[in-house]
Write a protein that binds this ligand. Sequence first.
Ligand SMILES: [Zn+2]
Length: 102
Amino acid sequence: MAGMESAVPPSPPPVQPVPAPSATPATPACERCLALAADPRRREPPSCLALRGTVPLVSQSAAGVPFSMLTFACRDCGTVWRLYDRANELFVSWVPERPLVR
Ligand SMILES: [Zn+2]
């Protein structure tokens, strides 16, 4: 009587299709961010911007002018803004982290 060979080769685990990390479609900038881009020297942040962190980054420009930088993120469209405030300058400048998408 031959022994019943019932060794079943382990089946490979089912292959899970890994969704390709599709490039995140750029979120169009909201109205307020577009307005801020059109007027980047105003001091007050639009109401949609939330301050990230509380400590401004203080540094110096290449010309030796000290400035501070705060980072904001828009609650509506996710745009990240940097607010540069240079010493002895009346105006600030808002610079988006990446170009705005309309
Ligand atoms: Zn926005």
